[in-house]
Design a protein around this ligand. Structure first.
Ligand SMILES: CC(C)(COP(=O)(O)OP(=O)(O)OC[C@H]1O[C@@H](n2cnc3c(N)ncnc32)[C@H](O)[C@@H]1OP(=O)(O)O)[C@@H](O)C(=O)NCCC(=O)NCCS
Length: 158
């Protein structure tokens, strides 16, 4: 279920450190209308069971993913790629990195705005399926969230 990066550039994926956060926050602010604060990233990085990865190209961070561990699933909390580096397989490399660390058989869940077609396409490519809706989940514009799951052995087609 992985997607091979279609990049012309070399990508490295590694754990985010606190010193990476200025670059991460800069991408976050270019990517979302209601971006996470620095403190929200710090909180996630202090959780020992989380998976927080950065993708680097030519020594600079071009994307990141923040994943928290819950009892039954990993929750993909945040993923973004610098607008200048999109559609080159960076998000795919990050999700490959999460799955490599958490395990192909782990369960994954996330919420995504109903209007976010690029992200929904990415997640569907990775085997996520819509499993419900959270009405007015996003406070900035009252948009609904789609709840998606990637869970091995779930009879989604029933
Ligand atoms: C969603 C996002 C992370 C994708 O990052 P990306 O590095 O451009 O994605 P990739 O190049 O790895 O794409 C992998 C696959 O996802 C799908 N995909 C990604 N972007 C897409 C788009 N704009 N339109 C359609 N499909 C898309 C495609 O299947 C793609 O494979 P392909 O290029 O071979 O067709 C990026 O658009 C982004 O940062 N958006 C703003 C932040 C955001 O919305 N995050 C998600 C919050 S839930």
């Amino acid at each position: 279920m992985s997607v091979k990066p279609n990049v012309g550039e070399e990508l490295t994926v590694r754990t985010i450190g606190f010193s990476d956060l200025p670059q991460v926050v800069a991408i976050e602010r270019r990517s979302f209308t209601s971006p996470w604060s620095l403190g929200m990233f710090v909180l996630e990085l202090t959780k020992p069971s989380g998976i927080c990865l950065a993708a680097l190209s030519a020594g600079a961070i071009v994307g990141y993913v923040i994943c928290a561990r819950y009892d039954e699933a990993y929750h993909v909390m945040d993923i973004a790629v610098d607008p200048d580096h999109r559609r080159r397989g960076v998000a795919a490399a990050l999700l490959d990195g999460v799955i490599a660390r958490a395990g192909e058989d782990a369960n994954y869940t996330l919420e995504v705005r109903v209007s976010n077609a690029p992200a929904i396409a990415l997640y569907e490519r990775y085997g996520f399926h819509a499993a419900g809706r959270r009405p007015r989940y996003y406070a900035d514009n009252g948009e609904d969230a789609i709840i998606m799951w990637r869970a091995i052995g779930t009879p989604w087609e029933l």
